[in-house]
Design a protein around this ligand. Structure first.
Ligand code: ADP
Ligand code: MG
Length: 292
């Protein structure tokens, strides 16, 4: 590619809020055939809201939420915000937790009023030897609606579940249709539960998902696809996504996301929506066509 045509393309991109880091990113992007998209914050708004608290038998709903919120005050995860805000909204007094620990991809643990409390997914409960069976049917009903469910355990016994919903961005369905039409194979990757992931993917016409994925797995999935000869772009927004963005042939960061994601990416979508990928692809094609 000539420096001139690349400058024109990157200039046009910038005007449209698509920041292309260098000539290499643009050239590589033209050859991409597979697009991995993170769910939370990329397909969805990334601002989950508390929608339900369901206590286990004999437990108190407000107490379950109060304990969850006490733990989540120490976490910076978007799910944590949803729970703390939800508790405030219901007028609960915020208590504090000690011995707080965050377990990547699983949840959080700590002590509240001298009792050990844990909040997280099924894997978190299993790691602690807590039987979540009594609430699994209720959890699944919520997951089938696209909600993200977290279980809470107090002193090693299941106390309830909290559920949050994260709306899909208004621009996502249209952008995905355009990306499919451009010939991309699209795969959704998420740390979220498989049922929740399937429900969201079905609504968006995404037929391939990788769920229950830990941050390191996202980079591994990309390596595997590359090993099959695929040219892979990854779109993500989180701190968790940075290794995958770096592993991809082209990393695409949401401008609304974490700084480390943006630093790891070849393309940044200033507006934080996937329309920018359609734009980038068209620019890359036009530029490369002029040159050949
Ligand atoms: P994502 O790809 O959705 O950002 P994460 O790896 O951050 O995934 O989290 C995966 C799962 O681990 C969440 O869906 C949730 O069940 C659990 N989890 C992670 N962090 C927390 C937290 N702070 N509080 C409760 N649950 C959490
Ligand atoms: Mg994310």
């Amino acid at each position: 590619a000539t420096p001139m045509s690349i400058m024109t393309a990157t200039g046009r991109g910038a005007q449209a809020g698509v920041l292309i880091k260098n000539a290499e990113a643009l050239e590589r992007f033209e050859k991409i055939d597979t697009l991995i998209v993170d769910k939370t914050g990329t397909l969805t708004e990334g601002k989950p809201r508390l929608v339900a608290v369901e206590p286990a038998k004999g437990q108190d709903e407000a107490e379950v939420l109060a304990l969850a919120a006490a733990l989540e005050r120490g976490s910076e995860h978007p799910l944590a915000d949803a729970i703390v805000e939800g508790a405030k909204h219901r007028g609960l007094a915020l208590r504090s937790a000690s011995d707080f620990e965050a377990v990547t991809g699983k949840g959080v643990t700590g002590k509240v009023d001298g009792r050990s409390v844990a909040l997280g997914n099924r894997a978190m409960m299993e790691a602690l030897g807590v039987d979540a069976g009594a609430l699994v049917n209720r959890a699944n009903t919520r997951r089938d609606k696209g909600e993200t469910v977290m279980f809470i355990a107090v002193e090693g016994s299941l106390a309830g579940l909290v559920s949050v919903a994260d709306p899909v961005k208004e621009t996502t369905p249209g952008a995905l249709r355009a990306l499919h039409a451009l010939g991309f194979r699209i795969i959704m990757a998420t740390g979220d539960n498989e049922r929740t992931a399937k429900a969201v993917a079905a609504r968006l016409g995404i037929d391939e998902i990788r769920a229950d994925v830990l941050p390191a797995d996202k980079a591994r999935i990309i390596r595997e696809l590359q090993g099959e000869g695929r040219k892979v772009a990854m779109a993500g927004d989180g701190v968790n996504d940075a290794p995958a963005l770096a592993q991809a042939d082209v990393g695409i960061a949401m401008g609304t996301g974490a700084d480390v994601a943006i630093e790891s990416a070849g393309i940044t979508l200033v507006k934080g929506n996937l329309d920018g990928i359609v734009r980038a692809r068209k620019l890359a094609r036009a530029t490369m066509r002029n040159i050949r």
